[in-house]
Design a binder for this molecule. Structure first.
Ligand SMILES: NC(=O)c1ccc[n+]([C@@H]2O[C@H](COP(=O)([O-])OP(=O)(O)OC[C@H]3O[C@@H](n4cnc5c(N)ncnc54)[C@H](O)[C@@H]3O)[C@@H](O)[C@H]2O)c1
Ligand SMILES: [Zn+2]
Ligand SMILES: [Zn+2]
Length: 382
């Protein structure tokens, strides 16, 4: 089959590899019909995630049609249309029982922090991902969700990660009616966090980025105010001035390890790898949020320490919430929002590429060319 193939930092291509097979009785094989590229894939593409092995296939946001199921699978059958959450989780461990699916204890032998993720290096379990014609889906009775008959597949593929992650980011903010919410990052995750903040009762939503076309997009999609950080000297002061002097109630980090905007952070976090990424947005979030406010983090950071003003967080009495999203937990509510017409996630998809053009897709998304927000890969015959 044809599959995305990692060759080293900034080098990916479409190549032929063996089709996946049922390895465990509860596996399914899914024929992929849509596979997005995520901002998280860019951390892999840029060589920042440890133990990303040559020859592996990325892709944790995909929909498809069930091709084959193992003998113990009860909830799926050949021909079913499914969306597959990016987390691989067992459904029964201590963490899964508390709906912390992203922290499943049984699916990632390489780590005790994060659970397993499709196509996200051996640090996240070493499972091949869905940027391919076929993908093996472990725990097939647990993760995959049947597509409602009336659901557009472009909406569905955004339910595998970007929308639920943005939603969980807003939810972890603990938004009270009328709160002011600042979202750092106008990528797909930040865009959905901004929209979700309204759905959860925010009274004012402000999004920060430095890519103009993304700020234009989010203003239109999420009816929010925007700040271009290139034009701001001191971010904390600027946001305090915008919010009556106290600072926003909630700050959300949808940027993570590759943040721009601070030379020392980029040098130590991205270039020299002396910390778990550039913590610029997180630093701004902690300093800008009002005393007693909440900082919610879904941006991804490496496992080592991050240079953030922790003392300020203590002295301001902040609540810090964070995690990888537990996608499946949010699906019933988010499907309802889509069906009720309150959100059309598919609008963030700006680019479609044949799977064989995966190298172009990564390059254009990574370099923010051609006003790209979210690219989707289409295997032949999809
Ligand atoms: N926790 C989870 O479950 C989860 C799931 C998906 C993605 N993520 C992470 O969320 C982050 C965003 O994902 P995405 O797909 O939207 O990525 P993306 O790369 O498309 O978007 C990131 C945006 O942040 C902007 N940015 C850079 N520096 C900034 C700064 N200092 N302040 C404000 N904005 C800044 C960039 O210009 C870009 O538009 C990534 O770190 C990704 O790995 C986490
Ligand atoms: Zn993702
Ligand atoms: Zn589990």
């Amino acid at each position: 089959m044809l599959a995305m193939n990692y060759r080293g930092p900034y080098r990916v291509r479409a190549a032929h590899k063996a089709e996946p097979e049922i390895e465990h009785p509860n596996d399914a094989i899914v024929r992929v019909t849509r596979a997005c590229i995520c901002g998280s894939d860019l951390h892999l593409y840029h060589g920042l995630i440890p133990d990303t092995r040559i020859g592996t296939t990325f892709g944790h946001e995909f929909t498809g049609i069930v091709e084959e199921v193992g003998p113990s699978v009860r909830n799926l059958k050949k021909g079913d249309r499914v969306l597959v959450p990016f987390n691989i989780f067992c459904g029964t461990c201590f963490f899964c029982r508390r709906e912390l699916f992203s922290n499943c204890h049984n699916t990632n032998p390489e780590a005790t922090a994060v659970g397993a993720i499709f196509g996200y290096s051996h640090t996240s379990g070493g499972y091949d991902g869905g940027q391919a014609e076929f993908v093996r889906v472990p725990f097939a009775d647990i993760g995959p969700t049947l597509l409602p008959a009336d659901m557009d597949e472009d909406d569905a593929v955004l339910l595998t990660d970007a929308f639920p992650t943005g939603y969980q980011a807003a939810e972890m903010g603990g938004i009270q009616e009328g709160d002011t919410v600042v979202v750092f990052g106008a990528g797909p995750v930040g865009i959905f966090a901004a929209k979700s903040a309204w759905l959860l009762g925010a009274g004012r939503v402000i999004v920060v980025d430095h890519v103009e076309y993304r700020l234009d997009f989010v203003r239109d999609f999420a009816q929010c105010e925007t700040v271009d950080f290139k034009s701001v000297g001191d971010m904390a002061m600027h946001l305090k001035k915008m919010t009556g002097g106290l600072g926003p109630d909630i700050c959300i980090d949808c940027v993570g390890a590759e943040a721009a905007g601070n030379f020392a952070q980029t040098l130590t976090g991205v270039k020299l790898k002396l910390q778990g990424g550039a913590a610029t947005a997180l630093h701004w979030a902690i300093n800008a949020v009002r005393k007693g406010g909440t900082v919610s983090v879904v941006g991804v950071y490496g496992p080592t320490f991050s240079a953030v003003p922790f003392g300020n967080a203590v002295n301001k009495g902040l609540t810090l919430r964070m995690n990888q999203a537990s996608v499946k937990r949010h699906l019933p509510r988010l499907i309802e929002h889509i069906q009720a017409g309150r959100i059309a996630p598919r609008k963030v998809i700006t680019h479609r590429f044949a799977l064989e053009d995966v190298a172009d897709a990564y390059h254009i998304f990574s370099s923010k060319l051609d006003h790209c927000i979210k690219p989707v890969l289409l295997p032949a015959g999809a």
